[in-house]
Write a protein that binds this ligand. Structure first.
Ligand code: V47
Ligand code: SF4
Length: 381
């Protein structure tokens, strides 16, 4: 049944919207996996990437309150938090969080009785990933101070920060254009941007999911401006809630079109919806849907170099399987994660580099520790 599409993939032809829909309708996940793996290997060989990174959420106070988001709070609401710059720096200096497994013993890199948290220093990660709510009172200068403080103390650390939604908000509160907002952040030390806030780009679903959020068109415009300003970004898609396959395909087509223009996206990350404590409720995604979505993304986004299977949302085992379904990246050590865990995340909050290497190796791939631009730091042969 998938023969026509298979021939197209094998001969390097671009898939159409109709092809992508047919792939979503198909139950033949083995053919999907084989085709997606073929493309992934053409692009990245047997390599599968991970990064030593650390997430920081400066605040969960947010004026948007998207219906799928269990992380955000209103000001004064129970569970609302805002980190001071000192608290952010403290996290970067020491690391936080509980280890998923005891520290490695003799012969391992981390051993003895030293508490795990005191061993996590910025030298243990090369990238900090910063995403937060739209705080009703923080001025633009506060975001700049966060970035500058990190850059000053840890000049080597790559700062991947702020979604297009946060950039739009900063541009409003600073009365600067999007371009100037981005350039000002870049001058303070911003190196690249995460792919969040894309959700589902089409209007009808977006209006039901997150009516206060910037439109899909605006999200794309901000990403285009970031790419023009020399800032590389990722792209995401939140799937498994109220959307159907046509919305997912429309989303992928829009990303592919922008990537044709700018080439500024590094990785695409399908984000599996988590339903707990959200306003729209619903259920967790299935493993089959997760794998199909990864594979179809790999096949449709022919101009993206990397497809990331975000282990925090997919779980360790499905993200490992995803490496056989077109993904070539599983994200990183993370250390502290709040967005998924507020919505019923089922994984731990961190994995060690050793655990990530093991996971990749058992999928028959070559683990490559990367930097934020996918340059290899260490290849684990
Ligand atoms: O934009 C919010 C999503 C995103 C839920 O670029 C939810 O490398 C599932 O963008 N269930 C933020 N997802 C996270 C993000 C990200 C994560 C990891 C790596 C990168 C990258 C980017 O989290 C939000 C939203 O789409 N989200 N609530 C939920 N209930
Ligand atoms: Fe705010 Fe982002 Fe959560 Fe929406 S997804 S409520 S913008 S933190």
């Amino acid at each position: 049944m998938l023969n026509k599409i298979k021939n197209k993939v094998m001969s390097g032809k671009r898939l159409t919207e109709a092809d992508a829909l047919e792939l979503f309708k198909s139950d033949d996940i083995f053919t999907l996996g084989t085709l997606a793996s073929y493309i992934a290997e053409k692009k990245n060989g047997k390599k599968a990437y991970f990064i030593r990174n650390r997430h920081i959420n400066p605040t969960n106070i947010c004026v948007n309150r998207c219906k799928f988001c269990a992380f955000s709070r209103s000001r004064g609401q129970e569970g609302a938090f805002e980190l001071t710059i000192d608290e952010i720096m403290e996290r970067l200096r020491k690391g936080q969080g509980t280890p998923p497994h005891p520290p490695l013993g003799k012969g391992g890199r981390r051993g003895g009785k030293t508490p795990y948290s005191s061993l996590l220093t910025p030298h243990d990660f090369s990238e900090v990933h910063i995403v937060g709510g739209l705080h009703p009172e923080w001025p633009f200068s506060h975001y700049l101070e966060i970035i500058s403080a990190i850059k000053k103390e840890f000049p080597e650390l790559h700062i991947k920060a702020f979604t297009a939604v946060e950039i739009d908000y900063m541009s409003k509160i600073s009365s600067l254009s999007i371009y100037d907002t981005l350039l000002t952040l870049k001058k303070s030390g911003l190196c690249s941007m995460p792919g969040g806030g894309a959700e589902i780009l089409s209007l009808d679903i977006r209006n039901r999911l997150c009516p206060e959020k910037i439109s899909g068109e605006r999200w794309l415009e901000i990403m285009q401006t970031a790419h023009n300003a020399g800032i590389r970004t990722n792209a995401t898609m939140l799937y498994g809630h109220i959307e159907d396959h046509t919305h997912r395909v429309d989303h992928l087509m829009k990303l592919r079109e922008l990537q044709d223009k700018t080439g500024g996206f590094q990785a695409f990350i399908p984000l599996a919806y988590h339903p707990k404590n959200t306003d729209i409720k619903g259920s967790y995604t299935s493993g089959i849907d997760d794998l199909k979505t990864i594979a179809i993304s790999r096949l449709v986004l022919d101009n993206f170099d990397h497809i990331k299977a975000y282990w925090i949302m997919l779980g360790e085992k499905i993200s490992q399987l995803a490496l056989k379904f077109g993904a070539d990246d599983i994200d990183g050590t993370i250390i502290e994660e709040k967005i998924t865990h507020s919505a019923g995340g089922l994984t731990g909050e961190q994995l060690t580099a050793e655990q990530l290497v093991h996971l990749i190796r058992k999928a028959g791939k070559i683990p490559v520790e990367r930097d934020s631009f996918y340059r290899p730091i260490k290849v684990y042969r």
